[in-house]
Design a protein around this ligand. Structure first.
Ligand code: GDP
Ligand code: IMO
Ligand code: MG
Length: 466
């Protein structure tokens, strides 16, 4: 069951107080004028995308998830109340928005129902405003089992480093079946007359695969029961039926009618299946390049807001050149509450990596950056950012393709002036301590696009604009 705690939902679009404390008219043009905006994570996830999507959703009509699945965990804090969403777009907290789970998302039906029920229980009316693509692929009960068995079999055969450290949500196996086709189930299939036969056929195949995997992993495995799976799926399909539609068409009509669209990226650029730190990546297109195919729309987004923490975190395995396995890393973890929204795993923490950030800003076409969790750096005795790497005695300024090469990269750090005090009460960027502002400017100069949002706390109100 997803970790969705939603209680006070009295969110009024008009009552959104601009973080600069002024009227909506005082917001910078980029925050009000773009017809299409994307929010994309620039690191290894958990950068604060949920917070910024929620913030921007007040000024958009349609919010669209186009990739990933319930491996995502997007937190929104409203008036001290924390909410965690995994499949439903974060725009749902704003009553005037339409919310789309697009064809590129892999959907855990029971998880989606659980999230919707939790929203309804807290007074969020989701009827007629949360839509599910009939072309989205379904995360079936065998997928999480397969995900975990592949991980443990890989670790057993080739050592712990062979496992990706997935969220165990069945994401990789579901996208693999999408590519394989004969073992895939799409939302539209749930309503087809041959559904029981399809599920029986795939269950038989999966039981054979899972049995073999379990043997390699030296673990036990209870065969899946096709009839029980079909009955559960039938109930989920009936409950979700009113929401299932051709979302690409709905979105296309919205764009044609001048409605403002916000794309909510899940996971993040360094987890992209093509451009991330492969194979320590997720299974979908996580950059703005994935919007077209994952939402079914041409043209992408005019504004691409790249979301980056003021430092680096990662959950799961894989190279992380600036990781600090020491008191600095522990302090970042505790101050930033760096524990996974989806799995609760402690996040690996380290200094901001500008080599990777330059790479992902370029890759995703970020037009501006939101620098998040700057408050977490306050009070550190020293402050470093990686500006380049050294690999085999050579200086390099872009990540190498092989994960094992990235793991061998030695970061070259710039020392920046630390800053003290609490940033949470700051209501404008100009009110930040001089050294904190210098940090923001250093990042901006390095990545070559404006840092237009600085976040100094989890709450909606703790969002500073430039
Ligand atoms: P997402 O997956 O990118 O949406 O990010 P998560 O929600 O998984 O993780 C980000 C965490 O940072 C959440 O707990 C947020 O509430 C929190 N957060 C967001 N912005 C800030 C900030 O500026 N300061 C602090 N201290 N926490 C923040
Ligand atoms: P949000 O949207 C952080 C990571 C997993 C693992 C790798 C593959 O909340 O930022 P998967 O289950 O996708 O096959 O796992 O990708 N991962 C994330 N890490 N935030 C996420 O999403 C992530 N989605 C996937 O930890 O290392
Ligand atoms: Mg997250």
């Amino acid at each position: 069951m997803p970790d969705t705690r939603l209680t006070s939902m009295a969110v009024d679009r008009e009552s959104m107080i601009p973080p600069d404390g002024g009227a909506a008219g005082s917001l910078p043009a980029w925050a009000v004028a773009s017809p299409t905006t994307a929010v994309i994570g620039l690191q290894w996830g958990d950068e604060g995308k949920g917070k910024i999507v929620d913030w921007l959703a007040a000024r958009h009509d349609v919010v669209v998830r186009f990739n990933g699945g319930a491996n995502a965990g997007h937190s929104v804090v409203v008036d001290g109340q924390r909410h965690a969403l995994h499949l439903v777009p974060c725009g749902v907290l704003h009553p005037g928005t339409d919310n789309i789970v697009g064809n590129g998302v892999v959907v855990d039906l029971a998880g989606l129902r659980g999230e919707l029920d939790a929203l309804e229980a807290c007074g969020v009316d989701t009827t007629g405003r949360v839509w599910l693509s009939e072309r989205a692929h379904v995360v079936m009960p065998w997928h999480p089992v397969e995900d975990r068995l592949y991980e443990s079999a890989a670790a057993r055969v080739a050592g712990a480093a062979a496992a990706v450290g997935t969220t165990g949500r069945g994401i990789g196996p579901c996208y693999a079946d999408k590519a394989l086709r004969t073992t895939a189930v799409r939302v539209a299939d749930l309503y087809a007359a041959d559904r029981p036969a399809r599920i029986a056929r795939i269950t038989a195949l999966k039981n054979a695969t899972l049995k073999a995997l379990a043997e390699v992993a030296a673990t036990s495995f209870d065969p899946l029961d096709a009839a029980a799976i079909d009955a559960a799926v039938a109930a989920d399909a009936a409950a979700l039926a009113p929401r299932v539609t051709d979302t690409a068409r709905r979105l296309g009509d919205a764009v044609a009618n001048g409605r403002r669209v916000l794309y909510e990226g899940a996971n993040a650029c360094l987890l992209d299946v093509d451009h991330g730190t492969y194979p320590y990546a997720t299974a979908s297109q996580t950059t703005a390049l994935g919007i077209g195919s994952g939402a079914g729309i041409a043209g992408g987004a005019r504004e691409v807001i790249g979301i980056a923490k003021a430092y680096q975190t990662r959950v799961g395995a894989g190279p992380m050149p600036t990781e600090q396995v020491n008191a600095i890393g522990e302090r970042l973890r505790e101050r930033g509450r760096e524990y996974g929204t989806t799995t609760g795993r402690p996040r690996r923490c380290g200094w901001l990596d500008l080599v990777l950030l330059r790479h992902t800003v370029r890759l995703t076409g970020a037009t501006r950056v939101a620098l998040m969790l700057l408050d977490v750096l306050a009070g550190l005795p020293s402050l470093k950012v990686a500006v380049s790497y050294s690999l085999d005695g050579r200086a390099i300024d872009a990540p190498p393709a092989l994960a094992e090469d990235l793991a061998r990269c030695e970061p070259v750090y710039a020392d920046l002036e630390p800053f003290d005090g609490s940033l949470e009460p700051c209501t404008s960027v100009d009110a930040l301590p001089a050294a904190a502002l210098a940090y923001v400017r250093f990042v901006e100069a390095a990545v070559g696009v404006p840092v237009s949002i600085v976040s100094v706390g989890p709450d909606r109100a703790q969002t500073l604009l430039r």
